[in-house]
Design a protein around this ligand. Structure first.
Ligand SMILES: Cc1ncc(COP(=O)(O)O)c(C=O)c1O
Length: 384
């Protein structure tokens, strides 16, 4: 258990001697339009809701809190298939017979489910490797998609990625990974482009609520492909002036936080086998293609103990008045938990001030998964 004062820690991003801000072209509105167009061709596609938590905003003394509910994405309980489906559609377009291909990946759950789902739609096979400590229910959720072969390995996430890459190479299979390395860029960038669909939907939905631009955004990170993809897209959309963005991560595996803290141009890695209930965020090596976006366009990084996401899950499950319920899992709720704690708990008031949250703030948060570990969800939210 962490000491209370260690439950949440925030730092400013060190930017001083770093490179000048360069907008990522691959995340420009035009560059990402094909991903949105592709998603719209899928029969399961519909916009996910943007929950307007107006009563919570009032209680916390801010103008608005808007939560994108990705538990409703494609019936898969998480946002991840936005990336996998788009990347696999591009690979399949180059195959003579897409049903003969095999897609390989490493995953802590949601990405693997997206790969299995997208492969199955093409009549193709998938093989999925999971890190040590992965819960059997998450492996079973991937198997339940159809033809996926799933194995829980004895490696941490980053080693499982390297293992899956070698395995795919040896067998002539397609490696579809949601993080990159020096010689592997195209597919992870396609995946980040795929994630921007939810950001595009969110800004259109915000306009429907009369919000021209959110003042603040909270993005959780594992390797940072989602956070970097969304932030890079919004940096392009808002002409290099995105919302004030805080990247949120688990306490013991906060590789973006440590990278920002280091002040170095390149990312910092965290090794070993750290434990956290935020399974989707348990990654120690930032994606090298989205790290520079977070370095240059995020304003803060926060490392959060597991209790922060528990607070977020319970708050979203028990809305005030007529605010809608959002079913949010461990890797989905940490941003809301952080906002709640720094606004409601005087012990963290200094962070509220540092980030600049006040009665004019309109906050955008992505709840990126539902109850992907149903037993864990029940225990945390209902105490059973
Ligand atoms: C629910 C959920 N949210 C957020 C993330 C983080 O995404 P990334 O690894 O791109 O930072 C993941 C990754 O698996 C996830 O499953």
């Amino acid at each position: 258990m962490h000491q209370k004062e260690n439950i949440v820690e925030l730092i400013s991003v060190v930017k001083g001697k770093l490179t000048k801000k360069c907008l990522p072209d691959f995340l420009a509105v035009e560059a990402t339009a094909p991903a949105r167009a592709f998603h719209k061709t899928l029969p399961e596609y519909s916009e996910t809701p943007l929950a307007n938590l107006k009563n919570l905003a009032k209680e916390l003394g801010v103008k608005g809190i808007y939560v994108k509910d990705e538990s409703k994405r494609f019936g898969l309980n998480a946002f991840k298939a936005l990336g996998a489906s788009y990347a696999i559609s591009k690979i399949a377009a180059k195959e003579d017979d897409p049903s003969k291909a095999v897609y390989v990946t490493a995953t802590d759950g949601n990405h693997g489910r997206g790969v299995a789902w997208a492969a199955k739609k093409l009549g193709a096979r998938s093989e999925v490797f999971m890190p040590i400590g992965s819960k059997e229910c998450r492996a079973e959720a991937i198997r339940s998609i159809g033809d996926a072969k799933v194995k829980i390995t004895d490696m941490n996430y980053d080693d499982a990625v390297r293992f899956a890459s070698d395995y795919a190479k040896k067998n002539g299979y397609h490696f579809v990974q949601d993080t990159g390395s020096t010689d592997y860029m195209e597919i992870p960038n396609d995946i980040s482009q795929g994630y921007t669909t939810m950001a595009f939907e969110a800004i259109e939905q915000l306009e429907g609520y009369g919000v021209d631009k959110p003042s603040h955004m909270f993005l959780q990170a594992g390797v940072g492909s989602m956070a970097g993809g969304v932030l890079g897209f919004l940096a392009n959309y808002y002409k290099a002036n995105p919302p004030v963005t805080t990247v949120t991560e688990p306490w013991d595996v906060a590789c973006i936080y440590e990278s920002m803290k280091s002040g170095e141009e390149g990312p910092t890695f965290i090794g070993g086998c750290p434990e956290t209930i935020m399974a989707g965020l348990n990654c120690g090596e930032p994606n090298p293609f989205t790290w520079p976006i977070l370095r240059d366009f995020a304003s803060f990084a926060a490392k959060c103990g597991d209790e922060v996401t528990r607070v977020g899950m319970r708050t979203l499950a028990n809305p005030i008045g007529d605010d809608p319920v959002v079913v949010s899992g461990e890797s989905g709720a940490v941003g809301l938990g952080l906002v709640y704690m720094i606004c409601a708990d005087p012990a963290y008031a200094k962070y509220k001030e540092i980030i600049g949250l006040d009665e004019n703030s309109e906050i955008l948060i992505f709840s990126t998964e539902g109850d992907t570990d149903p037993e864990g969800y029940k225990e945390i939210v209902y105490g059973k």
